[in-house]
Ligand binder design. Structure first.
Ligand SMILES: Nc1ncnc2c1ncn2[C@@H]1O[C@H](COP(=O)(O)OP(=O)(O)OP(=O)(O)O)[C@@H](O)[C@H]1O
Ligand SMILES: [Mg+2]
Ligand SMILES: [Zn+2]
Length: 515
């Protein structure tokens, strides 16, 4: 007799339907799980066997074959424990006797413990989103994943703690109320941190650049001597980022859910991620992939910030891997059987010293490095990578006067208010474009439409292009930054002064990387 139960799996960041087919025959007692399963799933045999026995039910002493279809996708993870156990119980008439078809209306997700508990799994949100799109509407899943599931409207989710509970529920012996849906906006609370731009004295140019970067999602490189406050400025950056929209939050949550770093009490990511991987992090940790496919740091930073402090310390090959995501907003990682694509649309904030001693270009300290040493240091960063960083700013130490005066600096909230307004203009502008939320991601066609400039501005750009020896890529990025500067001002048109300011963030190409 063949019994079929619905499960779900994860490929990349999307879910796909898995049919758990089970066939039980007389013969030597065994449990085989087939259908391109990884060794991690083979381990579930013992868990399922013990969980069924310890829940007071019979594990059949027969020949059991479980097939996870479709067979052409490699299956990983513990989420098939529950549907497999239910299929075995259904096929042996221990649940839904005479009405096995009842099982078909549910999707089952969950890992089992040896004692029969239903344990939390990774990737619930992406599976539910895909399942809903495919027309599934009823789910039985671990109670510890309930919060995450509650942000998806229009589905019925029954949270469970144990296998026994699932069986009793299916047999109408107990009632489990479906979880209540939560609205993203009403659950969002303000986070309290001690980090705030009001504590950063002076540095008005760096602050201005970071405000533009936050508003339009542009990448920034800060160059300056040790102690000038680069790390401090970067740490403040998240406090002025525009609020995450629900759509963006779902994208981020999908990735964090699959990576297993989602806070189960929140269930969804409310704030833009800020990831600061150390320069010793491995390539796989940064880009993702590996034996059991997982998103890396650059994907965990999706719709948020990737902060690379002391940029030249990172391995050159690591930095070169940033080129694809910085251009396309995705990263492709190769695995044994196939390639996987993870979203990686982040804002890069990087910092570095201008030379090995750190004082090159400093107002009051002397650089002791030879020109060759400086050149060697800077050449760790390739031209194509620098090209993809929209804004380069020099940060010099604040003067003693600035540091000790009691001028009240603008708070992060004040800056964020302007950023939010500029972002609202962009969200409206790109409302029909899938996955585009900010100026930095404009396509060529969009640039033609939204970055029209006057003859004079054109000449200005042409001059800068030749004088600063800029690439075509830099040219486009300057225009996008100018678009954001105009949006911050609420100006429909990009004016000459907007172009001029945008160019001013590129003149370090010339100073440091001209050869
Ligand atoms: N503008 C400023 N206002 C207030 N405090 C500052 C400012 N600049 C620097 N500081 C103080 O100096 C400390 C050192 O700054 P920070 O670590 O950010 O420098 P850095 O540029 O990252 O240096 P390094 O190149 O050595 O990493 C900060 O923790 C802060 O206490
Ligand atoms: Mg630092
Ligand atoms: Zn030096």
């Amino acid at each position: 007799m063949l019994t079929i139960v619905n499960g779900f799996g994860i490929k990349g960041i999307d879910g796909y339907a898995v049919k758990v087919e089970i066939d039980i025959n007389a013969g030597l007692p065994k449990l085989d799980i087939v259908g391109m399963v990884s060794t991690s799933i083979k381990e579930s045999k013992e868990r399922i066997r013990s969980a069924i026995k310890n829940s007071g039910m019979q594990f059949p002493i027969k020949s059991i074959t479980v097939n996870l279809a479709p067979a052409d996708i490699k299956k990983e993870g513990a989420m098939y424990d529950l549907p497999i156990a239910i299929a075995i119980l259904g096929a042996t008439q221990q649940v839904c006797v005479d009405r096995l078809q009842d099982l078909k209306q549910y999707v089952f997700l969950g890992e089992l413990s040896l004692s029969g508990e239903v344990k939390k799994i990774n990737g619930v949100l992406p599976m539910l989103i895909s399942a809903k799109e495919l027309g599934y509407s009823k789910f039985i899943l671990p109670k510890d994943n309930a919060m995450e599931a509650s942000f998806i409207e229009g589905i019925e989710v029954y949270p469970v703690k144990s296998l026994k509970e699932v069986v009793d529920f299916l047999d109408h012996k107990i009632h489990i109320p479906p979880i209540e849906a939560h609205s993203f906006e009403s659950m969002r609370t303000k986070q309290h941190t001690d980090v705030d731009f009001k504590y950063v004295k002076g540095q008005s140019r760096a602050k201005r650049a970071l405000e533009i970067a936050a508003a339009g999602g542009h990448n920034v490189l800060m160059i300056g001597p040790p102690g000038s406050g680069k790390t401090m400025l970067a740490r403040c950056f998240p406090t002025i980022l525009p609020d995450l929209t629900f759509k963006e939050a779902l994208e981020v949550t999908k990735i964090h859910s699959i990576a297993g770093i989602l806070d189960p009490t929140k269930g969804i990511v409310f704030t833009r991620p800020f990831r600061a991987p150390h320069h010793t992090a491995t390539l796989v940790a940064l880009t993702g992939g590996g034996k059991y496919a997982k998103p890396g740091e650059i994907s965990l930073a999706h719709n948020g910030v990737l902060f690379l402090d002391e940029l030249p310390e990172y391995n050159r090959s690591t930095l070169e891997c940033m080129r694809q995501p910085l251009e396309d907003g995705v990263i492709t990682v190769a695995r044994n059987e196939a390639t996987i694509e993870y979203p990686a649309n982040f804002t890069l904030i990087a910092s570095m010293n201008p030379c090995p001693c750190g004082n090159y270009g400093s107002r009051d300290k002397e650089c002791r490095c030879t020109p060759q040493a400086i050149h060697r240091y800077l050449s760790k960063l390739s031209g194509p990578l620098m090209d993809r960083i929209d804004m380069h700013i020099e940060v010099d130490s604040v003067t003693y006067q600035d540091l000790t005066n009691d001028v009240l600096e603008e708070s992060s909230d004040q800056i964020k208010h302007r950023v939010n307004q500029a972002r609202a203009i962009q969200l409206e502008r790109y409302k029909n474009a899938d996955g585009i939320y900010a100026n930095s991601k404009m396509t060529q066609t969009m640039m033609k439409k939204y970055c029209k400039i006057s003859e004079d501005s054109m000449q200005l750009l042409d001059m800068a292009f030749t004088k600063l020896n800029l690439s075509a890529r830099a040219y486009n990025r300057i225009l996008k930054v100018a678009r954001t500067i105009a949006d911050l001002e609420g100006s429909q048109d990009i004016m000459e002064e907007h172009i001029m300011e945008a160019i001013s963030y590129r003149n370090l190409d010339h100073k440091y990387w001209d050869n």
